[in-house]
Ligand binder design. Structure first.
Ligand SMILES: [Fe+2]
Ligand SMILES: [Fe+2]
Length: 244
């Protein structure tokens, strides 16, 4: 069977491209099952139910995500009731939604999908290797077709997950950096691996963000605290006297 994976879909341009091109791509590649990472689908960061529905309507079977999944509060309740939307499985127990699932192609082939997130240069979460082990073990009892979206910053951590799960899953493909790598291969154990699938988003940008916004943010020494606030507002906020 053929499984098609789309890396991070970014904002309106990404949604438009998916809507227009995904049906043709499914036909051309004879894709039996489509997994797409949606963490940037709403306004470039975050996920909302309407955007998810748009991607499902365009042909996505399962949506994976990453660190931006919690950006919008309305997604929590949707995560609990939409099993086709996954969030990384190694967030602490009690987080809304789920990080893996068993699905099926139109032809009836069972497909396991696991979404994990890395910890190198990212927020601290539960161990993706241990969580991945447990989920893959459960899915292996039901199907030999298992796909893993390993959402992380470090290429080493993605490679480590591929070797960790080699021979136990069909494929491990990375997401998050929005830049595609050219290292796709099949490991000796039979598992397909690619460090990062890249994004579905505007080419004339910095990883999908308008160049002037990304530049301003990266040149501002306080960018971590203020994100995209206007510089004038930043100065007022940071020079205000501390509360008594
Ligand atoms: Fe991400
Ligand atoms: Fe992303």
């Amino acid at each position: 069977m053929n499984l098609l994976f789309l890396g991070d879909i970014v904002g309106k341009p990404g949604r438009l491209a998916v809507r227009q091109l995904l049906p043709k791509l499914i036909h051309r590649e004879r894709a039996d099952f489509v997994v797409a990472n949606c963490e940037n689908v709403a306004g470039g960061a975050g996920v909302d139910p309407d955007s998810c529905r748009e991607l499902f309507d365009a042909g996505a079977d399962v949506l994976t995500s990453g660190n931006h999944i919690w950006r919008r509060k309305e997604i929590n309740e949707y995560l609990d009731r939409e099993p086709r939307l996954l969030r990384p499985a190694n967030f602490p127990p009690g987080a809304p939604g789920r990080g893996a699932g068993l699905f099926a192609t139109a032809g009836g082939t069972a497909v396991g999908v696991v979404n994990l997130i890395g910890r190198v240069f990212m927020d601290s979460v539960d161990c993706p290797f241990q969580v991945g082990d447990a989920l893959v073990r459960e899915l292996q009892a039901k199907t030999p077709v298992i796909f893993v979206d390993m959402h992380c910053e470090a290429s080493s951590e993605k490679g480590a997950m591929a070797y960790h799960l080699a021979g136990r899953v069909s494929g491990v493909v990375g997401s998050h950096t929005h830049v595609q790598t050219a290292d796709q291969r099949v490991l000796d154990a039979g598992t397909a691996f690619m460090t990062d699938a890249g994004m579905c988003g505007p080419v004339d940008s910095i990883i999908g963000v308008k160049a002037e916004l990304a530049l301003r943010r990266l040149q501002d020494p306080l960018h971590k605290e203020v994100r995209m606030l206007e510089p004038t507002l930043l100065i007022r906020e940071t020079t205000a006297p501390p509360p008594a």
